[in-house]
Design a protein around this ligand. Structure first.
Ligand SMILES: [Zn+2]
Length: 432
């Protein structure tokens, strides 16, 4: 089984690297324009220039895809290595002098994280720092980048240890049904996490300020009134501290829900009509309550996945636990086996979760178009995103299937220009 697992991972990694090798630029598929759909738009779409696909863009995108697959394979192999080498058992032995169980767990997890950070340092540095600088996308010094990474690692330890503590407590209390109990425990934990992230976690890395008064704010307020959300909080985040890329997003639930614009996207870099198109998309997420739907889908998904994870972990430890020096699922030294299981499941489910995400993103595009009524602006906004973020508008089909959370930009441009039909299903129209 071990060899099949490693062989499988290696095969996926090799496939990823092969896919990421430079290939001749594919001709864009001819858009299926029906006379009926195109006629009223013909004039408008004329002044939308198609995205320019540069070799640099292709290389950057493909390196990113390869990094995802190679990174996943590397994670799985190194987690296996941490168990099989006995390192995990040794770390657990080091912390046994500590008296309380929560302290032992916290110390063990901090040491394990440190070991994994060191093992992953080359890939993290290449993907997170070097690549961004090579392509002129980063604005961060090495020191500032390291400080952000350090903070992220600390946040990871502080937020994960209590969840692991709950998990071990449940495994001890209910060795047979812990997966179901843990599922129940995760519901409030996830909801709390979504609520608190924009209030506590995000400000550790960036500064968030309300959108400053001016013509853009007036225009966005008018859009918000049209969408029936006149009081939706809209923030600007100083992402220019880290990057030249552009984006916007919706985060939080309840009173922490908000629309956030990266300062890199604001005019004059992106023209106001394009910013409005992007805000219209974000308003779609906000009005259609996509974060709530996402939460609900995770809850349902976990109900299916957690019992499978329990089975897999029990099988894994029954087979290898003794050799690894891991004394069953209640042993803190089993944590890398938990991480290995979640990484593997997350990877295998990526086509499903990303497929759902692409559909949700498309709904937000549909909404955005309805609320702004400006097709060319939305299309031009996507052309700008492609150029500013070096994002390949036509990824290989397999890459789209496995790791695209949004429809590829070419599809979104075609949709904005009315070259693709509006999908089935009811999407709430904004008040007009
Ligand atoms: Zn979106």
């Amino acid at each position: 089984m071990r060899f099949f697992l490693i062989a499988g991972i290696a095969a996926v990694g090799v496939a990823a690297v092969l896919l990421s090798l430079p290939r001749p630029v594919q001709a864009a598929p001819a858009p299926a324009v029906t006379a009926q759909a195109a006629a009223p738009l013909a004039q408008q779409s004329d002044d939308v220039r198609p995205p320019v696909v540069t070799p640099q863009m292709r290389r950057y995108s493909r390196t990113g895809y390869a990094l995802y697959f190679a990174g996943t394979a590397y994670s799985l192999l190194t987690l296996w290595g941490v168990l099989a080498s006995g390192l995990s058992a040794r770390l657990r032995r080091w912390v046994t002098p500590l008296r309380s169980s929560p302290a032992r767990l916290a110390a063990y997890y901090a040491l394990l994280t440190l070991a994994l950070v060191i093992i992953h340092a080359p890939l993290t540095f290449f993907g997170g720092y070097r690549l961004q600088h090579d392509y002129g996308l980063s604005t961060q010094s090495l020191g500032a980048w390291l400080a952000d990474e350090g903070k992220a690692v600390a946040v990871g330890i502080v937020t994960t240890v209590p969840i692991l503590w709950v998990l071990f407590w449940l495994i001890n209390r209910s060795p047979r049904r812990w997966a179901l109990w843990f599922w129940g425990a995760l519901i409030p934990i996830i909801a709390f996490g979504i609520f608190v992230a924009p209030l506590v976690i995000d400000p550790l890395f960036n500064k968030f300020t309300p959108l400053p008064p001016g013509p853009l704010k007036t225009q966005i307020e008018a859009l918000a009134a049209k969408a029936g959300i006149p009081n939706a909080p809209i923030y600007v985040v100083n992402k220019s501290r880290q990057t030249r890329t552009t984006n916007a997003y919706v985060t939080g639930i309840g009173s922490s829900a908000r629309i956030v614009l990266w300062d890199t996207i604001l005019p004059p870099r992106t023209p106001p009509d394009q910013v409005r198109a992007i805000v219209g998309h974000e308003m779609g997420h906000y009005v259609l309550k996509h974060l709530y739907w996402g939460f609900l889908m995770s809850v349902v998904g976990l109900l299916i996945v957690l019992p499978l994870a329990q089975r897999f972990l029990e099988w894994l430890l029954a087979r290898h636990g003794r050799r690894w020096g891991v004394d069953g699922l209640t042993d803190h030294a089993a944590v890398p086996a938990f991480l290995l299981t979640t990484t593997l499941i997350g990877f295998l489910l990526a086509p499903v979760t990303n497929g759902v995400s692409r559909e949700i993103e498309h709904q937000a595009d549909v909404y955005g178009l309805r609320v702004t009524g400006d097709r060319p602006a939305m299309a031009r906004a996507f052309v700008s995103l492609s150029a500013q973020n070096l994002s390949d508008p036509d990824p290989p089909a397999f890459i789209k299937f496995w790791l695209f959370t949004h429809p590829p930009l070419r599809e979104r441009i075609d949709f904005a220009l009315g070259r693709r039909s509006v999908p089935r299903g009811g999407t709430t129209a904004p008040k007009e």
